[in-house]
Design a protein. Sequence first.
Length: 205
Amino acid sequence: MADNDFNSIEDKASYGIGMQMGQQLSSAFPGVSVTAAIAGIEDAFASRAPQVSPDEINAAFQVIQQRLQEEEAKSAEIHAADGIAFLEQNAQREEVTVTASGLQYEVITAGEGDIPTATCTVSTHYRGTLIDGSEFDSSYSRNQPTEFPVNGVIAGWTEALQLMPVGSKWKLYIPYQLAYGEQGAGGAIGPYQALIFEIELLAIK
């Protein structure tokens, strides 16, 4: 059916529902069968008896869930190992300082202003990337500084900000324990991922 055949409100809304379902299906798990999914939808609409028994469906869901968990575990192990190797190598550079917690930082610009405490609210510009350079967030791209309490962010930031004079720009190399830990943050930041931030401390509010 061509696009211009969807003329009625019902057709357009139905097509939108189908698009949403397709997007959800495509990311549900590797190997999703469009043919089998459409057969299930058609059987449900026609109130026909299922071609696959509920017990078989539940068993299949359990197998798929187990596979996904195993894949997540493998991915987490890779992220953890990659992060550890990266940080170990990075720590050897003369310009990098390593704190007792394992946080690593590099001073790009040395500020001369006041240093915030944990209870302060600060204004910053920042750019966050994975260790492969993939950017996941940036206040620079939004052209808008971000304000937040020093003790209201990830542990690596909280520690670094209490060492930074206003006017400083540092590059932080944060182990997963001081970032989003074993859970990750969804989307681009997976479990056990070390992170890199360029952070500029603009002001204490």
